[in-house]
Design a protein. Structure first.
Length: 84
């Protein structure tokens, strides 16, 4: 260790470097373990506590518009389209 460098400066360099290395090793181990955890997990087709869902949604409602309503709607769309 050089004579002109204090012990506090060495701790300021060595301590963060050691912490970075320890964190990197810890994160790598966590990721490696997580990868195996995902592989071991069994796929469950559904949750047994929830009731089964029906295959289709509600029926669609359809309302026939009169020609005056269609013209009013077209005019509204033109107004909104011009206001970009």
């Amino acid at each position: 260790m050089p004579e002109h460098v204090s012990i506090l400066i060495w701790f300021g360099v060595v301590l963060p470097a050691v912490l970075v290395i320890v964190c990197a090793i810890g994160l790598a181990g966590y990721r490696f373990g997580l990868r195996f955890e995902i592989r071991r997990r069994h796929r469950v087709p559904g949750l047994p506590a929830l009731p089964s869902q029906r295959g289709s949604g509600p029926h669609r409602e359809y309302v026939e518009l009169t020609p005056a309503e269609r013209a009013a709607f077209a005019g509204l769309m033109r107004q909104l389209g011009d206001g970009h």
